[in-house]
Ligand binder design. Structure first.
Ligand code: SLL
Length: 251
């Protein structure tokens, strides 16, 4: 029996979509506390899921469910449209469960992520950051991969219409161009901007940093090896000059 319309998968194709998830937090200004914040609350914070460069991702992401700590009233917050975020006040850090629900046409199961809410400065100059009451940002770049999406979802993802027969490469797999389609893509901006640190340039800088680190490790290995050879040579010389011969103990 032929597969029902909407469940036929585009074989050999994986499509990924980048996004950012994380939190921002700031201590209250003592002279200007939010009027309805409970007395023991110290910070305002926001947890979010968004597109790179604030790109609209609602064509593939239907809703997001944030599960807060049980000390919060209505700990489960479901956000049905962008911006997919929850703003709250509180006093403590905890793990937030983030469940991504994809558009119904995708027929994809929801996926769960975890984020550690950060209220307190970390990294360099913690004291300075605390004094300046700097915003504490903790966010991650992530990619969701849709393997062999159903045809309708393929169309939605690429903004094109499923071409029926996709061009195939030598390997028999569909070509990258076909994966990308003609419309919507997973393009990441070339340069970073104040609101978005994720770009090709950042990625390249990170790669350069890794290559440098690799070179340094190689150099250290060479030095250690040279030291070892030298020590072995000196030991051999010592044995020779002192007529050293190891004692073999008998049982
Ligand atoms: C901690 N394990 O001890 C964590 C729990 C809970 C945070 C942090 C507000 C709750 C309320 C709030 O900040 N809960 O509204 O009372 O640090």
């Amino acid at each position: 029996m032929p597969a029902a319309t909407g469940t036929k998968r585009v074989r050999g194709v994986s499509i990924f979509r980048p996004f950012v998830y994380g939190s921002e937090a700031q201590p209250f200004d003592p002279d200007n506390r939010p009027p309805d914040a409970p007395a023991d609350h110290t910070h305002q914070w926001r947890v979010f899921v968004k597109g790179i460069n604030d790109e609209d991702i609602s064509y593939w992401l239907k809703k997001v469910q944030f599960k807060l700590h049980e000390t919060y009233a209505q700990a489960v917050r479901t956000i049905e449209q962008p911006p997919f975020e929850v703003t709250e006040t509180g006093w403590g850090e905890f793990e937030i469960q983030i469940k991504l629900y994809f558009v119904p046409e995708s027929t994809e199961k929801p996926q769960t992520l975890w984020h550690s809410l950060k209220l307190h400065p970390y990294g360099h100059d913690i004291e300075g950051k605390r004094e300046r009451r700097e915003k504490v940002i903790s966010q991650n770049y992530e990619e969701v991969i849709f393997n062999e999406p159903v045809e309708l979802f393929y169309d939605i993802l690429t903004g094109g219409s499923f071409p029926g027969q996709l061009p195939k490469g030598k390997s028999g797999k569909h070509t990258k161009q076909a994966q990308q389609g003609s419309g919507r893509t997973a393009e990441i901006p070339f340069n970073e901007s104040p609101g978005n640190p994720y770009s090709r340039t950042t990625e390249n800088k990170e790669l350069d940093r890794l290559m440098e680190a690799h070179k340094t490790v190689d150099l250290m290995l060479k030095e250690e090896k040279a030291k070892l050879i030298d020590r072995e040579r000196r030991l051999a010389e010592l044995k020779e000059s002192e007529g050293f011969s190891p004692v073999v103990r008998r049982k």
